[in-house]
Design a protein around this ligand. Structure first.
Ligand SMILES: NC(=O)c1ccc[n+]([C@@H]2O[C@H](COP(=O)([O-])OP(=O)(O)OC[C@H]3O[C@@H](n4cnc5c(N)ncnc54)[C@H](OP(=O)(O)O)[C@@H]3O)[C@@H](O)[C@H]2O)c1
Length: 244
């Protein structure tokens, strides 16, 4: 029988690369399918690795092409983990106040943080069925918690990740009807040493800036403990629930 696949989307993310290595160590015989806008040469560390990398620009037509290509693996996939997410770029940084809000920045954030993950969930979710036992995880963030927002600022990032959370919650309701043994997870990695957090690391308390490897181990451990109960686990790197 074919081993279940592991699918990693947004595979150029620093956390995704560490997660790939961790998953390969745990499941050396599984096929790991990585998907990214880029080639990720540093992942090809072992010639006998059970690994297939697919380049995709995340447009709806390209996503459909990739889904067609990997469709035979999806119903028996063990986990689908979506890392896509952005906070800043050369032109934009998170808003501190109302005056900083810009339409272009918001559109970029919602595309990367909400629409791209949801298009992948659509394509893959349609192929899951009541025999599937897949954990579908999106990288979320604690700042997406409406309850937890006492500091303000970061309008676009907060809102786009909160929208992702709502979309995944909605998916979990649909999965109870069409793929009842599947589970949705929204994972907050904690502040992790990656390009995304680089400009904001100076305020992080000692010991609270995590390495991608540490976060990848935490996530891999948590994925083995999930229970398909129709609920989404919105959790941090310790597995502690985050209020919506
Ligand atoms: N680092 C932290 O402290 C922290 C904290 C909370 C949450 N997170 C979340 O963790 C996830 C991984 O981030 P990271 O810290 O590992 O950052 P990173 O190394 O900068 O990774 C960026 C990710 O965003 C994707 N991406 C970038 N531009 C994109 C675009 N235009 N369209 C679609 N996808 C795009 C990349 O996918 P490709 O491979 O396709 O380029 C990659 O998966 C993100 O969702 C982030 O919001 C991170």
């Amino acid at each position: 029988m074919t081993k279940p696949a592991i699918i990693i989307i947004g595979a150029s993310s620093s956390i995704a690369k560490a997660f790939f290595r961790e998953q390969h160590e745990r499941y050396p015989q599984h096929l790991i399918i990585t998907i990214s806008r880029h080639s990720v040469e540093d992942l090809y560390t072992s010639p006998e690795m059970h690994h297939r990398h697919i380049i995709c620009d995340n447009s709806p037509s390209e996503i459909a092409r990739v889904i067609d290509d990997i469709a035979p693996f999806i119903p028996t996939t063990q986990s689908i983990t979506i890392f896509n997410g952005q906070l800043h770029n050369a032109n934009f940084k998170p808003e501190k106040r109302l005056e900083d809000i810009q339409s272009d920045y918001l559109q970029w954030l919602f595309t990367v943080n909400t629409i791209t993950p949801l298009l992948w969930l659509k394509g893959m979710g349609e192929l899951l069925n009541n025999n599937s036992q897949c954990v579908l995880t999106c990288l979320s963030a604690r700042v997406a918690s409406i309850d937890d927002n006492s500091l303000g600022g970061w309008y676009g990032y907060r809102a786009s990740k909160a929208a992702l959370n709502m979309a995944v919650k909605t998916l979990s309701v649909e999965l109870t009807r069409r793929a009842k043994h599947c589970k949705c997870v929204l994972f907050h990695p904690g502040t992790t040493d990656t390009p995304l957090s680089k400009p904001f690391q100076s305020n992080v308390p000692e010991g609270k800036l995590f390495s991608p490897k540490f976060v990848a181990i935490q996530l891999s451990n948590l994925l083995t403990q999930t229970v398909a109960n129709g609920q989404v686990d919105y959790i941090d790197w310790q597995g502690k629930p985050i209020n919506w």
